[in-house]
Every structure is written in C-alpha cells, then in structure tokens.
Design a protein around this ligand. Structure first.
Ligand code: SF4
Length: 248
C-alpha cells in the first residue's frame, strides 16, 4: 500500500518535525506529513506543487505549473510509518493537498504507527469536501477543516458541500479555519457559520498571505472582526519563522 507524498527536494518526502504554525495547535511540536494531490484548485494555494502539475490549466496566481516527477513520490506505508516514528514526536499533522483522498493508505500507516507510538495524537488538515471512512476516522483526534470561500476560485458546489459542513460542525473534534483576504471574505465565512450551525468558538479566521508584512496588515483589521463574530484569530507562525518554504 503506497502513499503519494509531496517532496521537499526530488526524491525526498515532505515529512519533517516542526511546530504547528496555524490553528488550534499553533506552537505545538509535531511531525508533518504532506500528501500530494487535491480535489480543489485554489488560486492562492501556497502548496500548488501538490496539485498544479504541468498540463493542469486551472488558474493559479503564480502562473507556474510543476513537473510531476520531482514534486511527487510514492512511498510504502511501512516506510512512511518508520520515517514518522523516527522523528519521535507525539503529534502527527497530516496535511496536503487534500489528505483524505488517500484514506486506504493512511489507515495502513496509522495502524502501523499506533503500535510504535501509543500516545500519538493525530491531526488532519482538510478542505472539508470529503469524509474519512470509519477506520480512518477512528485514528483522528482533531480535524482542521478549511472550507474554501469564493475568492479561492473554486465553484461553490465543489468547495462548500452543505452536508459535509454540517457533519464537521456537529463533530467536536473539528475546528474550522477560513482563509480570508478581505472583510468581504469574513462576511461570507460568517454567513456559512450561521447557515450550517458551526459553533463560532471553533472558528478561526486566518489571513491569506505568504509574507509577514501581508499577514500583519490583514491581522490588524481581522481583530475587530473576530471580536464582532466571536471567532478566533490564527496567525501563520511558519511564515514569520521560515518564510514560504517547503518542509517548514
Ligand atoms: S484545498 Fe488546500 S491544497 Fe487544495 S488547492 Fe486549496 S489551498 Fe491548495
């Protein structure tokens, strides 16, 4: 059973230890595992190397497409589990791309890891368009769901599936993280929160941006909007610490 992973360099899987940069676990030490492939195509996606491969004509802000071979690699589940275990962290963040597209291989990796790291806490970052099948869901302690608003460029019927949003809204393990670039995006997020009964205290607003100056500027106007709606604010620590780099 193989996982399709993103790479930091050709032939090197993007599996690394760092601190979580966003959302409810910001600052917590963890191992990150970045999977390749996505079912959406956000124009501002900062990990376009996981899906915007040569020949893909979805618009993307950078205009760049990526050669598939150096940016994607297959690795056996046992090898992935060994690599994660070797990094010695008690928290695993599975991200992408959209990691829930690879449920069968993830189940195998997590089955293997549970015996190696009995106290492992598993966090999954997802765009919220899919659900984990029960054997995978049973391994997951926390979901970080990031529904994509209209400024992402995705059709709403693909990105905002009411049944899925309501499912995660009802799950106390699920946090919601809306990426926003303008106050209008916040208004759209607030409408979705009301419409789908998402508890406001499980909602983060996070500025879209891949440099510190942009994040800081947007956080200034986001604070009063968080106060107004009862939402939380998420920074992007890894951008301030390391810049917009792979493997951080
Ligand atoms: S859902 Fe996430 S990984 Fe997929 S295109 Fe959008 S930002 Fe990128």
């Amino acid at each position: 059973m193989t996982l399709v992973l993103a790479t930091t360099l050709p032939g090197e899987a993007e599996i690394f230890a760092s601190v979580q940069g966003e959302g409810p676990s910001a600052g917590v030490p963890c191992t990150f595992m970045r999977l390749s492939r996505c079912n959406l195509a956000c124009v501002w996606c900062d990990t376009a190397y996981t899906w915007h491969f040569d020949g893909d004509d979805h618009p993307h802000r950078g205009g760049e497409t990526f050669a598939r071979i150096p940016n994607q690699m297959r690795m056996e589940a046992a090898e992935v589990a060994n690599l994660v275990a070797s990094l010695g962290q008690q928290r695993l963040v599975i991200t992408g791309g959209e990691p829930l597209l690879q449920a069968p291989a993830l189940i195998r990796v997590l089955d293997l890891l549970r015996s190696r790291l009995p106290g492992l806490f598993v966090e999954v970052e997802s765009n919220g368009t899919t659900r984990a099948p029960p054997p995978l869901d049973a391994h997951i302690e926390q979901y970080n769901i990031s529904p994509k608003l209209s400024h992402s460029g995705n059709p709403a019927q693909l990105a905002l599936i009411p049944e899925r949003l309501r499912f995660y809204a009802a799950d106390p393990r699920a946090w919601f993280k809306f990426v926003v670039a303008t106050p209008g995006d916040v208004a759209e997020a607030a409408a979705l929160v009301r419409q789908h009964d998402i508890p406001p205290d499980r909602v983060f607003l996070m500025p879209e941006g891949t440099d510190s100056a942009t994040l800081r500027q947007r956080e200034e106007w986001l604070v009063p909007l968080c106060l107004q709606h009862g939402f939380r604010l998420s920074d992007r620590l890894h951008i301030h610490l390391f810049g917009d780099e792979r493997g951080t």
